[in-house]
Design a protein. Structure first.
Length: 451
């Protein structure tokens, strides 16, 4: 007797399936079967029965990309301080950013998240650290935008408490009181954080950087995060100026500073890590500290190129980030996959990174950095989060390896994006929102912001 397939099952068939499992299995042609929000089976050969069958016509299927570092609000301030290094850029932009409010944040988040979704990204970490006095609802606005578009978000309650009059970089009017930061972080975690597998909204604790946060707030943030079971994030070792700043103010280099604060640990990941020594890399590997590699932003600000090959060889967890759109005007995570490959080869030669290594950084690597084992690969029981990339366009003509082709010839717009079994991009267009309306509302807010 034939068994009737469960009504929630969907078979995505006739694709090139890149699982990113432990064995780097690929199925060509292959299929992915979802059952509601999770993956039921992945394979090649005879197709299982499912309630619905979708033919992918030879398209490449990868796990959904995971963005491990971003500042969504910065979509409002692209192309500023075009020739500046990090500190000059920040000093020019802090006063502009101080105008952020919930209305602008919502428009910025919708635009940034839409751009990421259209680049194949299913999970976004956002590092928000600008909280002007008297403006509430900023994190809630981001979370609302993510829910509407259908992407998973890890939103951080970031912070700055070291103003210019105390030796920090940000203006005094943009820094907050330490107790207020911690209380607000705890409130947001109680209201929004979903623990466990399949979470769509999570909260991280993310003081901004060594040059904008006191050591005491770093320590108390870590204590709070560990009490509440939240992940910890900060910027680190982005530029040589930052290193000189740390040596002058704290008497040590950035990684040693983090170690003193109890921040080298498996629940921590740091953005950039461009200027790590061999000993620093060994420390990251030994302690399980993760890295968000943001190659385009690092090039845009002339910061340098992170030693990612060395990190991977040492066993460091590494994911990719687009970083904010004021230092990487293109919020396309697949561009970072390609960029990671190119800069690794620029440092270490043609053998330094394969196309599949680069896809792994953007998927499984990012999931590991965020401490998530429910996303990042296509395996039974994991969340049904995946991206479908057409292989029949002009760019891939003549490519005898479509998986390498989407990297070398990338980026391209994702054809279909599935999050928790739900399609949020179909035929290269957002399913639950209107791209043109988002772009128009975003421009309106950006003009209001600039005035
Ligand atoms: Zn950043």
């Amino acid at each position: 007797m034939a068994v009737t397939p469960a009504s929630d099952t969907v078979l995505y068939a006739n694709g090139v399936v890149v699982t990113m499992d432990d064995d780097s299995s690929e199925h060509a042609p292959g299929w992915v079967m979802t059952d509601g929000a999770t993956i039921a089976a992945v394979g090649a050969g005879p197709e299982p029965d499912a309630a619905t069958r979708v033919d992918l016509h030879g398209a490449v299927v990868t796990p959904g990309l995971v963005n491990t570092h971003h500042h969504l609000y910065q979509t409002l301030t692209r192309t500023r301080a075009q020739q500046a290094d990090l500190f000059t850029w920040l000093r020019e932009l802090y006063p502009v950013w101080s105008r952020i409010d919930a209305e602008a944040e919502y428009a910025a988040a919708r635009a940034g998240l839409a751009e990421l979704a259209l680049s194949g990204c299913t999970t976004v970490f956002d590092h928000h650290y600008v909280f002007p006095r008297g403006r509430g609802g900023l994190i809630e606005a981001e979370v609302q935008a993510a829910r509407e578009l259908g992407v998973r978000i890890v939103a951080s309650r970031g912070s700055m408490d070291l103003g210019v009059s105390d030796g920090g970089l940000p203006p005094d009017e943009l820094v907050e009181d330490l107790d207020a930061v911690l209380a607000e972080t705890e409130r947001l975690a109680a209201a929004l954080h979903e623990p466990g597998a399949g979470a769509h909204v999570q909260i991280a604790v993310a003081p901004c950087s060594p040059f904008s946060v006191t050591g005491r707030l770093m320590e108390e943030s870590a204590a709070l995060a560990r009490r509440l079971g939240l992940p910890l994030h900060t910027h680190l070792a982005e530029t040589l100026e930052e290193e000189a700043y740390c040596v002058e103010l704290y008497g040590c280099r950035p990684v040693e500073y983090l170690e003193r604060l109890g921040w080298l640990a498996g629940d921590v990941w740091c953005a950039h890590c461009v200027h790590l020594s061999a000993r620093d890399i060994e420390q990251f590997a030994r302690t399980g500290t993760g890295v968000a590699h943001c190659p385009t932003s690092n090039l845009r600000l002339g910061a340098g190129v992170a030693p990612v090959r060395e990190m991977l060889d040492a066993g460091v967890r590494v994911g990719l980030g687009v970083d904010g759109s004021a230092s990487n005007e293109r919020g396309d995570l697949f561009l970072e996959v390609k960029q990671a490959l190119l800069v690794a080869r620029g440092r270490g030669g043609g053998g330094a990174m394969t196309a599949r290594d680069a896809i792994r950084l953007g998927t499984r690597g990012g999931a590991a950095v965020l401490g998530r084992d429910d996303i990042g690969s296509l395996e039974p029981g994991r969340c049904a989060d995946f991206a479908v990339w057409r292989s029949d366009g002009l760019e891939l003509g003549g490519a005898d390896d479509p998986v390498a082709g989407i990297v070398f010839a990338g980026p391209q717009r994702v054809d279909r994006l599935v999050v928790g079994g739900r399609e949020i991009v179909r035929d290269g267009a957002l399913v639950h929102a209107d791209e043109a309306e988002i772009a128009q509302a975003h421009r309106f807010q950006a003009r209001r912001f600039a005035r």
